[in-house]
Design a protein around this ligand. Sequence first.
Ligand SMILES: Cc1cc2nc3c(=O)[nH]c(=O)nc-3n(C[C@H](O)[C@H](O)[C@H](O)COP(=O)(O)O)c2cc1C
Length: 258
Amino acid sequence: MPQRNVEPSIAYRLLYPGLTAIITSSWANLDDATPATSCSALSFRPALFGVSISPQNFIHELIMKSKSFAINLLSAKDIRSASIAGDISRRFNTRKVMDSGFTLTKSKTLDSKVIRGALGVIECSLERRITIGDHDLFVGKFETAYAEEDFRGYWTFNEYVPILYTGSTHNGTKHRFAQISKHFVEIPYQQDMAKKEAIELTLQILRDKAGIRTLDRSTAVKLISEKLNLRVPDSKYLVDHLVHEKMFQFGHGSKTTY
Ligand SMILES: Cc1cc2nc3c(=O)[nH]c(=O)nc-3n(C[C@H](O)[C@H](O)[C@H](O)COP(=O)(O)O)c2cc1C
């Protein structure tokens, strides 16, 4: 099938459907609740979350001033509210949150509010703001998170039906949302045998060598690179992996601190 070129200004739509969270933030006596599809986990350790917000949106100002925001996960029954909150701004409509059908309640750790009845909430303090083109990326540090029964380490999707934004209808008059079906495709995990073998060989070589003399990281990396005929970044990966997983430790006199 021939492929068509996609304009840069609409290439982001190739990423749809996008999970849409409702971002809440409060400052002084001002509250806002605004849908954001550009919201994602950024790092596991430390736990960091990102949301990309246009400076034109009122919530941008509240996040800047309060230095905090919450990511609220709502279910499909709240699609209408999410859609309304994405059409109107709190900047000129003081009743925006209420008109959208949301009720806010005190957050657990922030001076902000969260959405009552949200199935999941991640409360974040603002770690930093990164200006990226016409949006700013707010990087939030995990403060606390809580969720309804449906989340048992992962969502079970018995109650939670995520809000998935697909853009506008083709005549551009309506927002359109997709809904997941519960026909999951489950693929068994694959063992990465080549990686496993490389880890085992590295461990063997380092243990043998460490028995003879004190090793430091850079010597270990060079040794593995030579012995296994690997590129230096791959050899670094293996050495650091063993240390990180506590399978190998550099002895006293090592120049490396972990
Ligand atoms: C489904 C949906 C997703 C949206 N995602 C984002 C987003 O990720 N970032 C953003 O800045 N605006 C996003 N918007 C636009 C804002 O939600 C919208 O401009 C809102 O009215 C701003 O309200 P405020 O001025 O009260 O903050 C989205 C809108 C919709 C309908």
